[in-house]
Design a protein around this ligand. Structure first.
Ligand code: ZN
Ligand code: ZN
Length: 155
């Protein structure tokens, strides 16, 4: 557990919203879907999936932006509009934190990448496992076990 060097603090571009992660991540990923391309104004998102019990907002009040319907709720800083994390309705046990919000994220490597069928032709990541769309729900347990064993740690 201690090799994750927790807790991790993070925040938005302007610093109004701050967050803290205090539990080991479940998995790390990159998402190439066109929705993430729009919201990042870039090629893909970088995500650290953490247990909800190990995630708190320590300053500011994030607002919902991005997709305004459906089960995914995208949280942004109300001031600088950084996309900070995502919660999924019906999946209250985890939060998807955008890796680049962490003050120290230089250790981050995506373990899996998803939605490669929508990726830009040149966009590549060092992820070990790629999925055209998403892993099946029943595959996540095995992926998370794998990640717990050999996912890249903070240095
Ligand atoms: Zn901000
Ligand atoms: Zn996506």
């Amino acid at each position: 557990m201690s090799d994750w060097k927790l807790p991790w603090d993070g925040g938005c571009r302007c610093g109004q919203v701050r967050l803290r992660v205090s539990a080991p991540p479940m998995i790390t990923s990159a998402c190439h879907c066109t929705g993430c391309q729009r919201m990042t104004a870039s090629a893909f998102t970088l995500t650290v999936t953490v247990p909800s019990v190990g995630f708190i907002v320590t300053a500011g009040e994030p607002v919902i932006g991005g997709l305004q319907q459906g089960f995914a709720h995208h949280y942004f800083c109300p001031r600088c509009k950084s996309w900070m994390f995502t919660r999924a309705e019906g999946y209250d046990q985890f939060v998807n934190v955008r890796a680049s919000m962490l003050d120290d994220h230089h250790w981050f490597v995506p373990f899996i990448e998803v939605w490669t069928k929508e990726k830009l032709p040149w966009a590549t990541t060092p992820a070990e496992i790629s999925f055209d769309t998403q892993p099946a729900i029943e595959d996540y347990a095995r992926l998370m076990e794998d990640f717990a064993r050999r996912g890249v740690r903070p240095t």
